[in-house]
Design a protein around this ligand. Structure first.
Ligand SMILES: *Cc1c(COP(=O)(O)O)cnc(C)c1O
Length: 463
């Protein structure tokens, strides 16, 4: 039998109640066809995000009971610092309450108006924090990383030609280079160690530091172990150490690969920057041994980082995502290829070719998934990204219309995820019955969070 090894069993459960289709229809109408406005207890399988949604282990909960809540010098901080130094290898470890604060502290210290930051692809909070400083966030991923159909083992890789061109154009306006592992905005695609090494050598040659956006570093290391020559026999921790040895620091959201619900940190080797940022930390987050987190939160992060390095955990976790993708492909549901580490992306443009982009096909599919199955994903398409051409005023649309189904860590069983694949297949079979949406209300910025919509024909799915 081809069943995966499940590296945990269930000790505590959270009740999930079944909600009738009639009730879901009522809630969806009330929510203005926006799944961000749904109450989470009306959702059966919630794949809105893998951020902060992990299930903690008994060892993490146990560690939380032993939190040392001293204002300064908490025992948990020293364990947090030592655990992070052991894996990441950097000299200074600065706790923050989320990844975006680590970004904000770093960027407000190192960027000025007109600075340029190259990255494979900036995650949205990273881009926003770079731009908030009046700097330019430049994406330099390889061409394959932008094509949803091309098979490539490391679609998150940086394009060294694009990076070289950036240095030719902007020169000393570039204070550091970033690499995001795995490349979240490119579909959770990994970066190879060969590429990391090449970027690192390039940066050393230019005399600029290399900083990792490390949110899914363990998942990236797992892909290296499976896909890159010479790493099959290495442990995840050895691979992680090798990755970070090529850089000078990292930002991290602990809500991803530290298996906690809230937390983050920033690591740096540079003493001067670390000092300056620590001073700022005290102003914004708190003293340097807690940085916006309780002692018990630091304990949970440290334990989570030890657990995330376990090969059987990663094999099962990434395997769950891959299996859900494979089940959809078998049933003819169009998805982005290859499937990355944390999410499956359904291609709504190919699934619902009769709905024009101006009528939000990916949002219609997101709503239909909730209506039919109580499944929540998130639209990454024209609701999130459409704009207007500054010269002509004509509407512009993103290249892709996607529904992202992000899998929380250690939360759902195979049954849940097979159900999601089944729902997608059912909707695929009756795709022509789905209709488009129109906007009733939109905010001037980041409209996808609060927009209210309604079905153009009065009915999302025709009887
Ligand atoms: C989530 C995420 C962040 C931001 O972290 P928060 O903890 O949500 O503030 C930054 N970069 C990447 C790649 C992420 O996935």
């Amino acid at each position: 039998m081809d069943l995966p090894f499940v590296p945990y069993r269930i000790k505590v459960v959270e009740r999930v109640k079944s909600v009738t289709r009639e009730r879901r229809e009522e809630l969806l109408t009330k929510a203005g066809y926006n799944v961000f406005s749904l109450p989470s207890d009306s959702i059966y399988v919630d794949l809105l995000t893998d951020s902060g949604t992990s299930a903690m282990s008994d060892a993490q909960w146990g560690a939380m009971l032993q939190g040392d809540e001293a204002y300064a010098g908490s025992r948990n901080y020293y364990d947090f610092e030592e655990t992070i130094r052991d894996i990441f290898g950097y000299k200074h470890v600065i706790p923050t309450h989320q990844g975006r604060v680590a970004e904000n502290l770093l960027f407000s210290t190192l960027l000025t108006k007109g600075s340029v930051v190259p990255n494979n692809i900036h995650f949205d909070t990273t881009r926003a924090n770079v731009e908030y400083q009046g700097a330019i966030a430049l994406d330099c991923v390889i061409a394959e990383g932008l094509d949803p159909m091309i098979d490539h083992p490391f679609k998150g890789n940086m394009d060294l030609d694009k990076l070289g061109a950036a240095f030719e154009k902007y020169g000393d306006r570039i204070p550091f280079v970033m690499i995001t592992i795995t490349n979240n905005s490119g579909g959770g695609q990994p970066v190879s160690l060969a590429n990391i090494k090449a970027v690192s050598e390039f940066c050393r040659d230019k005399g600029v530091p290399l900083i990792f956006d490390a949110c899914r570093f363990a998942e990236n290391a797992w892909f290296i172990k499976r896909r890159e020559d010479g790493y099959a026999e290495k442990s995840i921790k050895e691979i992680a150490r090798e990755i970070f040895s090529h850089g000078d620091g990292c930002t991290m959201s602990a809500k991803k690969d530290a298996l906690v619900n809230m937390g983050g940190f920033l690591c740096l080797n540079n003493d001067v920057w670390a000092q300056e940022i620590t001073n700022l930390l005290i102003l914004i987050e708190g003293f340097r041994t807690y940085g916006g987190l309780s002692g018990r939160d630091l304990a949970a992060v440290a334990q989570g980082l030890r657990e995330v390095l376990e090969d059987d955990y990663l094999t099962y976790r990434i395997g769950q995502v891959q299996r859900m993708g494979a089940q959809m492909q078998e049933r003819g549901v169009p998805i982005l290829f290859p499937v990355g580490g944390h999410a499956v992306y359904v291609d709504a443009k190919r699934m619902l070719p009769h709905i024009p982009q101006a009528e939000f096909p990916a949002q219609a599919l997101t709503c239909a998934l909730y209506l039919e199955g109580g499944v929540r994903g998130v639209e990454i398409g024209s609701l999130m990204f459409a704009g207007t051409d500054p010269d002509t005023g004509a509407p512009t649309f993103p290249a892709m219309e996607l529904v992202r189904l992000a899998v929380p860590r250690r939360v759902y069983t195979e049954t849940h995820l097979s159900f999601v694949a089944e729902c997608c297949a059912e909707l695929m079979a009756h795709g022509e019955r789905l209709g488009g949406l129109e906007i009733e209300y939109e905010a001037p910025v980041l409209r996808h969070f609060t927009a209210r919509l309604k079905p153009i024909s009065g009915q999302l799915i025709r009887d």
